[in-house]
Design a protein around this ligand. Structure first.
Ligand SMILES: [Zn+2]
Ligand SMILES: [Zn+2]
Length: 859
């Protein structure tokens, strides 16, 4: 892509080949050199006496090609890695492949290519794309999760989890996609449909599955979120909600009248035991085990409850239980409130879920939104038992004022609650819970929304779960020395009929290590979130073969200093990997409590206001961008278009604009590089301030270094720091005349270009390398110290103030930067444009906002 149409007016017209910025030529030359030098981006071994920095981008699924979301993610990480190298850190910046998963199986069916071959071919291609984009990865540490040298450690971890009672088997209802013929995680169910098959409703099935006991660490996972202050608050909130801890009490309501085998009481979980005197009904989930017994053989009731069950299942599959119109049925039975012995009716309601709490609630309509609506609808009693807390004065006379219902505030005081009257809400919760415990009908209880992690998948392309089933011995783990349990190749893959592994007798039939008899091998494979839960530890010592990784090396590199990825991984991946770290710590494998110190979630890349997708035809391919504008322009645009946490609407004209800017940089340096004076490697900057223009260049240079440095250290608004570099280049162009006239000293001109190239290095590494060499520099750019700025030289000589009179802009004045308030004030009041507005009026006040504004208040 030639830039002849975009030559700025002030550019001299002489043109020969070196004057034209040709990214393809430059980038291909440097790519070849960089790839030939495997030490270039290699991290030093652990403990090499330097301060470490572990920067990591989330590893991609090898789908076949990079998309713009990847390019953005990696451009952020790469800029940071390069900056940290220049800051002198021992940087670890690896890359790998989340290589197991269903798409490989789908591709195998569609294109008749074995999943392994399809996956490795995609990896090859994507790696080549990454290299073309110039990302600085230490490929000697590449991790590919579908290879036995990696997944054997998944199996090893599974055995450890099993040994510690943290992996177990249970029957459970699962989300089942009939198209995928596999179990889906809740998150893979999108409004009741499969995430991959948007038209296929997800079914509920009963299956025996392997689970990992993540709930064992629920409290720690929750509590440590408070310490993760390098994480976005929104991610911490999402995790808190996901863990969903609630503290309350379990209270038993006796069933009135005859009871059967299932028991004579209903246990409810409540976080508001202080309102229990206001309970006017019990609500059961339609699938509560007591329901059948309680309704006896009333066919019409049975039918009604069946309807509720069906309705709730439909809503569950569509993940919209919240949206259900709430209704229920009174089943003609009563329970007894243990606090006041009152009989309350028992209902079955469509909005109560068996999977949450005990599947039964006490309904307190006066003090709960949902209960209130339900009671209004069915004419159930509403009893007020708490009031706004009494302030200093008791109500003047008679009845206290009734609150607006439902009154749900916690800052309240009890009434109509027997011996607990007048207690505050917190006191009441404590005393009433203790009362229930003393009398044997209740206890304190904590519940979580977090569930154990179901890791069984009935698919082929995953880590085989290393377990055996023996008729005699039951469940038997595969002995450690028999790992890995290899995933067989040449498998006939279909999506029907459960796991393809189950159809391979050589795989299924095994010898029992316990009794030597015949055993059946587990045919489920692991959820791929297992792979991504610990992959970043493997990077620290990717080539050890007798352990998952080397502990002292992991100790040196962990925690990850900066992790960068999409917010869609805020919950599962990041909760599972936090869990995995805690488990590894408890078996002595690591010594850190948390895997990630700082987390950054970049915004999505969209096009024309919509998510890029093949069906919308709005996909922008990184290859096309690189072919048209070069890798540097593509990467730099991804950082320049908006701040990295925001959504980026991809504009080709924007990439072209960056290309134009890089052309300007290229031409300027090509024109002046030979005139630059003495060469040196010192980061000190010439103090030439001989002419006003020289001083201006010098000031702008120091200001630009400050802005770029501040952004790397702080808020990461790379868009504004790229803008600052652009302004600096404009400044250089505006000095062409003085340069030609020899009014800018050679050392200053040299420094200006040299430092410009250093500042560009994290954003446009190819062009920076080319210009660096052009200037005669021999040392690799990445090992150059990051430029320092002099705050004195960065200071403005003069500052412009807007002058307002009664808030209205009247004029502008320029004062020396070091001026005090009195001088600024005098200068403002004396201004020719301001004076008329002051005429004949009395000055009441003059407010000086330093660096910005003078506001004169007149009467
Ligand atoms: Zn599906
Ligand atoms: Zn056996």
């Amino acid at each position: 892509m030639a830039d002849t149409t975009n030559i700025p007016a002030n550019l001299p017209s002489q043109r020969h080949t070196e004057d034209r910025y040709d990214p393809q030529r430059i980038e291909e030359k440097w790519q070849a050199r960089w790839q030939a030098d495997p030490t270039l981006y290699a991290a030093d071994p652990a403990g090499a006496g330097r301060k470490k920095f572990y920067v990591l981008e989330m590893l991609p699924y090898p789908s076949g090609a990079l998309h713009m979301g990847h390019v953005r993610n990696y451009s952020i990480g790469d800029a940071l890695a390069r900056y940290m190298w220049m800051r002198g850190y021992n940087v670890l910046h690896p890359m790998g492949w989340d290589a197991f998963g269903l798409p490989a199986e789908n591709a195998a069916i569609k294109n008749k290519v074995p999943p392994r071959q399809w996956t490795l071919r995609n990896i090859e291609h994507m790696k080549q794309q990454m290299n073309r984009l110039g990302f600085a990865y230490d490929w000697s540490r590449e991790v590919t999760t579908c290879l036995p040298e990696y997944y054997r450690w998944n199996q090893w971890f599974f055995l450890k989890l099993y040994e510690k009672g943290l992996a177990y088997r249970k029957n459970s209802k699962v989300n089942w996609c009939p198209e995928c013929a596999t179990v889906l995680a809740n998150e893979q169910v999108v409004s009741g449909m499969c995430w991959r098959h948007e038209e296929t409703p997800v079914e509920q099935r009963e299956l025996e599955q392997w689970f990992v006991r993540t709930t064992q660490y629920a409290d720690e996972l929750l509590e440590e979120l408070d310490q993760l202050d390098g994480w976005p608050e929104k991610v911490r909130t999402m995790q808190r909600n996901w863990i969903g801890r609630s503290e309350g009490a379990l209270v038993d309501f006796k069933i009135d009248g005859p009871t059967g085998l299932a028991g004579d009481k209903i246990s409810v979980f409540t976080t508001r035991i202080d309102t229990i005197y206001g309970a006017t009904s019990i609500q059961l989930a339609p699938e509560h085990p007591l329901v059948g017994e309680l309704i006896g053989n009333d066919p019409s009731l049975h039918a009604k409850v069946e309807d509720l069950v069906a309705e709730q299942r439909r809503a569950k599959a569509q993940e919209d239980v919240e949206g259900l119109e709430k209704h229920g049925v009174f089943i003609g039975r009563y329970a007894i409130n243990p606090f006041n012995q009152e009989k309350v009716p028992i209902w079955v309601a469509n909005y109560i879920l068996m999977g949450y709490g005990t599947g039964a609630i006490m309904s307190v309509p006066a003090h709960d939104e949902r209960d209130y609506d339900f009671a209004q609808k069915y004419g159930i009693d509403i009893k007020i038992v708490i009031l706004p807390r009494r302030t200093s004065e008791p109500p003047a006379a008679g009845e206290p004022e009734k609150p607006v219902l439902p009154y749900t505030h916690k800052d309240s005081m009890l009434i109509n609650s027997g011996e607990f009257n007048e207690l505050s809400n917190e006191e009441a919760i404590k005393k009433m819970t203790a009362f229930a415990e003393e009398h044997g009908f209740g206890k304190r209880m904590v519940t979580y929304r977090l569930k154990d992690w179901g890791i069984s998948r009935q698919r082929y392309w995953g880590t085989p779960i290393p377990m055996l089933f023996c008729e005699k011995c039951g469940i038997v783990p595969v002995p450690e020395d028999q790992l890995p349990v290899l995933l067989p190749e040449n498998v006939d893959i279909t999506l029907e009929g459960g796991s393809p592994l189950g159809r391979i007798p050589e795989f299924v039939n095994a010898k029992c290590p316990g009794c030597g008899g015949s055993a059946r091998r587990e045919t489920d494979t692991m959820d791929t979130f297992v792979d991504s839960s610990w992959y970043f530890y493997r990077y620290t010592s990717a080539n050890v073969n007798d352990r998952p990784f080397d502990t002292p090396t992991a100790d040196y590199w962990f925690p990850i200093d900066q992790y960068i990825g999409g917010v869609e991984h805020a919950i599962l991946h990041l909760i599972y990997s936090r869990f995995w770290t805690k488990f590894m710590r408890d078996i002595g494998l690591v010594h850190n409590d948390e895997p990630v110190q700082r987390l950054f979630t970049q915004g999505m890349v969209i096009k024309d206001g919509a998510k890029m997708s093949k069906s919308k035809g709005n996909v922008v391919s990184p290859d096309d961008m690189v072919a048209q504008f070069g890798a540097d322009s593509t990467r730099m645009y991804a950082l320049f278009a908006t701040s990295p946490d925001r959504e980026l609407d991809w504009q080709e004209a924007g990439v072209e604009g960056v290309h134009r800017f890089l052309s300007r940089v290229y031409r300027f340096v090509m024109r002046h590089a030979e005139t630059t004076g003495p060469k040196g490697t010192s980061p000190a900057i010439s103090s030439d301030g001989s002419s006003p223009k020289a001083r201006q260049i010098q000031r702008k240079l120091h200001q630009t270094i400050k802005r770029v440095t501040d952004d790397f250290q702080g808020r990461w608004h790379f868009n504004t720091c790229v803008a600052a570099i652009m302004e600096f280049v404009n400044e250089l162009y505006s000095a062409e005349e003085e340069i030609t006239a020899g009014k800018i000293s050679k050392p200053l001109l040299h420094d200006a270009q040299r430092l410009l190239v250093l500042l560009l290095a994290p954003f446009a590494p190819y062009l920076a390398a080319e210009l660096w060499e052009t200037m005669g520099e021999k040392q690799p750019l990445l090992r150059q110290p990051w430029p320092a700025y002099d705050p004195e030289l960065a200071k403005e000589d003069e500052i412009e103030y807007a002058v307002q009179v009664n808030g209205k802009l009247r004029g502008r004045v320029t004062v020396p930067a070091e001026s005090g308030e009195t001088a600024i004030r005098e200068r403002a009041l004396a201004d020719e444009k301001v004076k008329p507005a002051l005429e004949g009026r009395q000055i009441a006040k003059v407010i000086v906002v330093p660096g910005k504004l003078v506001n004169v208040v007149v009467k």
